[in-house]
Design a binder for this molecule. Structure first.
Ligand SMILES: [Zn+2]
Length: 260
């Protein structure tokens, strides 16, 4: 990934996504106005930060790309395998749809999601001019939301997997992601063919590699152009929010994706 800075906001971009065609950024926690544990570019309200702070922080992110906040399309992220396509922004005040993958082919729409350890996955088909953001924590990963999103793109937009470019963003790394018995059982059940590759036993503790799991799932769907950030949010809480490290008072960092 490449680091960028604009008005004290520091964000990362994938090298494989053409800046001539796309506006995108995985925003660190720097450059916002939120205090304390939310310091400073928190974009989520669920942990108790004020709406005013969150709105100002979101505005700053959108300003980076000269986009109005009214162009936003965001959803209520619920760790599901629900996928939504939109060709319009979410009208101000309209209820959020519950989903964990959002897609658009409209330049009017700015896709936006929030993260703290879960994996942000960006997908782009340069032939069909279609973009998407996927939110995949352990639940989204085992329900194979990335594969379902690629399938959705094939069925509804005739995308070819080999054309699709994917980026796997900063999120909790395998070094920090110890999982307990219920998660292990779910991985063995739902990702049985990948379990040996994505679950490691180190001195009796089990670690789930979300980066590898989502990369392997994308590859199984036929996607070949995949860039992985390999940045662990829990190793780098000076730059990112980490629910695992910071707990319930953890902020959320923003992921922006729009067509130019
Ligand atoms: Zn780590």
């Amino acid at each position: 990934m490449v680091t960028n800075e604009s008005n004290k906001l520091k964000y990362y971009t994938f090298e494989n996504f053409s800046p001539d065609k796309l506006n995108h950024g995985i925003f660190t926690r720097h450059g916002g106005i939120s205090p304390d544990s939310f310091s400073s570019l928190n974009v989520g309200e669920s942990a108790g930060d004020t709406r005013e702070n969150v709105l100002e922080n979101r505005k700053r992110i959108f300003k980076t790309f000269d986009r109005p906040l009214s162009s936003i399309y965001d959803v209520w992220q619920i760790h599901s395998d629900e996928i939504v396509y939109t060709n319009n922004p979410r009208p101000s005040g309209a209820k959020h749809i519950k989903a964990d993958a959002i897609l658009t082919d409209s330049k009017k729409v700015s896709l936006f999601m929030q993260f703290a350890d879960c994996v942000p996955i960006l997908v782009y088909d340069p032939h069909k001019i279609l973009i998407g953001i996927i939110h995949a924590g352990w639940q989204g990963t085992i329900t194979r939301i990335v594969q379902k999103t690629i399938q959705f793109m094939q069925e509804n937009f005739q995308c070819k997997p080999e054309d699709i470019i994917a980026g796997i963003g900063p999120s909790i790394g395998p070094d920090h992601y110890e999982v307990g018995k219920n998660v292990i059982i779910e991985i063995e059940d739902k990702l049985s063919e990948l379990t040996a590759e994505v679950l490691s036993n180190i001195n009796g503790k089990f670690y789930f590699d979300l980066w590898k799991a989502n990369r392997l799932l994308l590859e199984k769907s036929g996607v070949v152009k995949i860039e992985t950030a390999e940045i662990c949010t829990a190793c780098n809480i000076q730059d990112w929010y980490s629910y695992r490290c910071e707990g319930q008072k953890s902020g959320r960092f923003g992921v922006f994706f729009g067509l130019k």
